[in-house]
Design a protein around this ligand. Structure first.
Ligand code: NDP
Ligand code: MG
Length: 389
């Protein structure tokens, strides 16, 4: 039971990341509305402990078991419970001590804790798009069965979600997912082949974790988001359009059956969709900088260059075909991105690894959850062999 129902108790899975730290800024500015119940990190135990000492959660989880004693010692003067390991991450998600999970772990590792939260009926503010890419049908079905709201944090999906408020009986003609185009907008393959990680990590508009920043540079991020949108809003593939909008002011749009288009706008600042997801259905005041039409007065739009950024073609294939193909694509992409970040492969190789893995792993039309996990493992092994990791 929540002793104080006016305070929403938040469990942040992935609290040391870009989304997690920004969520804690939002919570710190609204301590009359939110408390922190659970914080988790993978290996950054120093930051996890710093956060725990500041926010005094009920429990913390450090994924890397080797760091357990460091965390335990740093928090020895408190009554914060300390757990370690992947299994603990899942188990803690299943403890009924919070009101909302912020799913902000990156990649496949976010899936199981989120399923646990849904399993015990906890609303999820979902940043971890990979969860829906891997097993969107199962995740959303379980959410419906347990009457659990899944509130998007991803800025595009938050925009669509906001545009749909008050439109429950109105059909969507299509959604227009905007894309900044990333740091290599307008570049061609002969340039991209020589791009180094430092260059790819410089995003023009958003400051994010390393994996999503690379995904933004390859446009795989937009591919993942197309699949995320399909599951969140129950869309057919042909209802999802990607449009490059380099200023990142319009975060996405919904076109209804009468041709009317709604857009959600604002400066590119993840704190806004994070705050909205935490406080939904309420909006709460803040001091974030406001968008000024006089300052950024030209908004431009263009088609994505799918001949150069072939990940969008691969993701469209995964979106259309469904089954285990999106999960295979996601797994290969995770392997490829981390190999690129470690300077093991070049920028364009990432797409080749994904494509070859998608061709190789047997297609399953209606996978069970176990089959999704197996496909993920097979795809990872195949991709790692290709790269000779
Ligand atoms: P970061 O890399 O900045 O943070 C990831 C978080 O997950 C960290 O707390 C990290 O812990 C933890 N983590 C990493 N690997 C594991 C693992 N194997 N097991 C458990 N925990 C793990 O990522 P972001 O915050 O950028 O992104 C998080 C998610 O949100 C991603 O799915 C991303 O696509 C999505 N998203 C992010 C946006 C952004 O602006 N950053 C925008 C929209 C969506 P540690 O620090 O210890 O490594
Ligand atoms: Mg996004």
């Amino acid at each position: 039971m929540n002793a104080n129902p006016t305070i929403r108790r938040i469990a942040i899975f992935g609290s040391t990341g870009s989304i997690g730290t920004q969520a804690l800024e939002v919570i710190a500015a609204n301590s009359d509305k939110f408390s922190v119940e659970i914080l988790t990190a993978h290996s950054n135990h120093e930051l996890l402990c710093e956060q725990a000492l500041k926010f005094n959660p009920n429990m913390v989880v450090i994924g890397d078991e080797k760091k357990y004693h460091d965390v335990k010692e740093a928090l020895s003067s408190t009554d914060i419970k300390v757990f370690a390991g992947d299994k603990a991450l899942e188990e803690v998600a299943g403890i009924d001590c919070y009101d909302l999970m912020l799913a902000a772990i990156v990649g496949y590792a976010g899936l199981r804790p989120t399923l646990q939260a849904i399993g015990i009926g906890k609303p999820v503010a979902l940043a971890n798009k990979e969860t829906l890419v891997i097993a969107g049908d199962i995740v959303m079905r379980r959410a419906v069965e347990n009457r659990v709201p899944v509130i998007p944090v991803d800025s595009e999906h938050s925009a669509i979600f906001q545009c749909l408020i008050g439109e429950i009986r109105n059909r969507i003609e299509k959604v227009i997912l905007t894309a900044s185009g990333g740091p290599f907008l307008g570049r061609k393959p002969n340039y991209l082949v020589n791009v180094k990680r430092e260059h790819a990590l410089q995003h023009p508009n958003w400051n994010m974790g390393a994996k999503i920043t690379i995904d933004s540079a390859t446009l795989m991020n937009k591919g993942l988001e197309m699949i995320e949108a399909k599951w969140l809003f129950n869309l057919r593939p042909e209802q999802i359009q990607v449009l490059v909008h380099p200023q990142s002011i319009i975060h996405s749009m919904v076109q209804f059956e009468d041709g009317s288009i709604k857009a959600q706008m604002g400066l590119p600042d993840m704190k806004l969709p994070i705050q909205y997801a935490l406080s939904f259905p309420k909006r709460i005041p803040n001091k974030f900088p406001r968008y000024d039409f006089k300052k950024v007065n030209t908004l431009t739009f263009e088609e994505p260059d799918i001949r150069t950024f072939r990940n969008l073609v691969l993701a469209t294939e995964a979106l259309n075909k469904g089954g285990n193909l999106p999960s295979v694509m996601n797994a290969a992409n995770e392997i490829a991105v981390y190999a690129f970040l470690r300077n093991r492969i070049n920028f364009l190789d990432m797409t080749d690894v994904v494509e070859k893995t998608m061709q190789k792993i047997p297609f399953i039309e209606r996978p069970t959850l176990e089959e999704y996990f197996d496909s993920d493992g097979e795809a990872r092994n195949f991709a790692a062999d290709l790269i000779q990791l």
